[in-house]
Design a protein around this ligand. Structure first.
Ligand code: NDP
Length: 483
């Protein structure tokens, strides 16, 4: 007998409400393709109600709260997330398919975002400027007002935490549109936020399709800032919609991160990280290390050692704690499979492929990790995100060629350099076009304390860190002539 479906609702003005359309979206378990819950399929009217509630909260209890009180509320939310850690991790794993150990890391990170931004709320301030004689000039740092947050499906809890945590700490009121494939932890954590003391209306979640609720939010004249993480195509559409209302946007649009391995690298340290950087979250990570650039002298040895690691990887249901879980959806599986087949047709060869666990349900969305070599540099798999566990290997000779290859895609989000030569490491860090460069380690965008965001087509603006908090504020200059 199949389990009864849990019916999730929007959170608007502190109340759980169905979509005004009366329609719902099925929530699918990526491990076996079964439906286990439903979500509201919201329309523009629901977005209007959420934006109105957020605006009212700014004029009400939320707007009157001191920064210290806001910080305490967020710190309490962090503690509540930690208290509910096990159930949130299980929900995140089921909703997205990610291995349970990865889901645990994600929930811990989400709690840490609220801890970090809770602590930072009353350390954020403006400054004064020496100006004309007999005057005092204050530059106040103030919230934007109503902030919109369009969240993707790959790390719903983490990206919700980094975005909403910073926005609330700065005193904004939020309207969140999670991805239709991964709404559950943002909804449950937002309900915990009410318990922690976030007043009704200060935090609203509207579920639905990107083309309906998402588009309505991006184009809404009542929002004052928009934070978007997702594809370049949708990011462009969202930024264009927001531009009509002159709403500032932060865009985090993915990458094609290189792992650059020089002949003098500590391979024992580098290779497990190189593998993890593409296998983590089944490669559905904006900062996935999807290209490995290997110095010619060690190319064959590195490829052989990577191959044996790939062959040992286990792919299966997230609950079984495999190395690699299923992809998020049948649509994503088809997308990744299509790009993989196109790479093979273009001349790429399979160096190694991971195993699928024998008990992985045939109805799940599995794509065992694969290591490719011989891919033409101009091919889309060498240039663009696959968003699946596909690692493409290339060789180079010397620093100049390494820099050239590293920068030879439209993206510039993250990169890693593996070398024992300190001077080379720093030269590479200066020459690589990316928002984050890791030397002899790789955080896959990790580090709540580290500013994160891209160059080139990876987007603009920064999230995470204190920088992320500042991006949820604007400046107001008050010039007083007092004699
Ligand atoms: P999208 O960019 O379309 O989705 C990201 C978010 O935008 C989701 O919440 C989505 O909602 C929403 N959205 C979609 N269309 C609109 C719209 N017209 N207006 C406003 N919001 C909208 O990515 P996909 O899910 O389609 O994934 C496609 C590819 O994008 C992936 O293969 C990957 O390469 C890249 N991607 C990159 C991510 C990153 O971390 N940088 C994250 C996710 C995807 P909904 O899902 O409900 O449609």
């Amino acid at each position: 007998m199949s389990e009864p479906h849990t019916e999730y609702a929007n959170l608007i003005d502190g109340r759980l409400v169905p979509a005004s359309t009366g329609l719902s979206i099925e929530v699918v378990d990526p491990a076996d393709g079964s439906v286990f819950a439903t979500l509201p399929r919201s329309a523009a009217a629901d977005v209007d109600a959420a934006v109105d509630a957020a605006r009212a909260a700014l004029h009400g209890a939320w707007g009157r709260m001191t920064a210290t009180e806001r910080g305490r509320v967020l710190t309490r939310l962090s503690a509540l997330i930690t208290e509910h850690h096990a159930e949130l991790a299980a929900l995140e794993s089921r909703d997205t398919g990610k291995p349970i150990q990865q889901a645990r890391v994600d929930i811990t990170a989400c709690a840490r975002y609220f801890e970090y931004y809770g602590g930072a709320a009353d350390k954020l301030h403006g400054e004064t400027i020496p100006y004309a004689a007999g005057s005092t000039v204050m530059v106040l740092r103030v919230p934007h007002g109503v902030t919109a947050h369009i969240i993707p499906w790959n790390y719903p809890a983490q990206i919700y935490g980094r975005s909403v945590g910073g926005a609330l700490a700065a005193g904004n009121a939020c309207v969140v549109k999670p991805a239709e494939d991964a709404c559950l932890t943002p909804l449950v954590i937002s309900a915990l936020a009410l318990q922690a003391g976030v007043p009704p209306g200060a935090l609203n979640v509207v579920c639905g399709l990107g083309s309906e609720a998402g588009a309505a939010l991006a184009a809404h004249p009542g929002i004052n800032h928009l934070s978007f993480t997702g594809s370049t195509v949708t990011g462009t559409a969202v930024a264009q919609a927001a531009a009509v209302n002159h709403v500032p946007v932060t865009l985090e649009l993915g990458g094609k991160a290189p792992q650059i391995v020089f002949a003098d690298a500590d391979l024992d340290a580098a290779l497990p990280v190189v593998v993890n950087a593409i296998v983590q979250n089944a490669g559905q990570t904006c900062s996935a290390g999807s290209r490995v650039l290997i110095e010619r002298g060690i190319h064959d040895e590195v490829l052989e050692r990577l191959a044996s690691r790939f062959k040992a990887l286990r792919t299966g249901p997230g609950a079984a704690a495999p190395d690699c879980g299923p992809l998020i959806s049948a649509r994503q599986l088809a997308r990744v499979q299509g790009k993989f087949e196109s790479a093979l047709q273009a001349g790429a060869r399979i160096v190694a492929r991971a195993q699928l666990l024998p008990d992985a349900p045939a109805t799940g969305f599995y794509f065992p990790p694969v290591l490719l070599a011989g891919l033409p540099l101009s091919h889309e798999v060498a240039q663009d995100e696959v968003f699946g566990p596909v690692l493409a290997a290339f060789s180079f000779e010397g620093e100049d060629e390494a820099v050239h290859l590293a920068n030879a895609t439209p993206y510039g989000l993250t990169a890693a350099v593996w070398t024992r030569d300190g001077g080379r490491a720093l030269r590479m860090a200066h020459r690589i076009e990316a928002g984050q460069v890791f030397i002899n380690n790789y955080g896959a965008g990790g580090g709540i304390e580290l500013p994160f965001g891209g160059m080139k087509h990876s987007g603009y603006g920064r999230e995470k860190a204190f920088e992320g908090l500042k991006s949820f504020t604007t400046l107001k200059t008050v010039a007083i002539l007092h004699g």
